[in-house]
Design a protein around this ligand. Structure first.
Ligand SMILES: [Zn+2]
Length: 63
């Protein structure tokens, strides 16, 4: 099953989507990246019983 390593990768991927979108199209791009992350990553991420790995490192901007 999915574990902490996967959770970390998914959290990083979501951040990359947000930042990538922001780089291309500013705030709107960031929101578009978040939308993709929510659609593609969140359903898998929510199945992993791990706390947000970004919060754990104090680098989370979403919570
Ligand atoms: Zn978090």
């Amino acid at each position: 099953m999915f574990g902490r390593k996967t959770a970390k990768k998914l959290d990083a991927a979501a951040t990359a989507l947000h930042n990538g979108g922001k780089k291309i199209a500013g705030q709107a791009g960031g929101r578009a990246g978040d939308a993709i992350a929510n659609a593609a990553i969140a359903p898998i991420r929510s199945r992993i019983n791990e706390d947000c790995t970004r919060c754990a490192r104090g680098k989370c901007k979403a919570h």
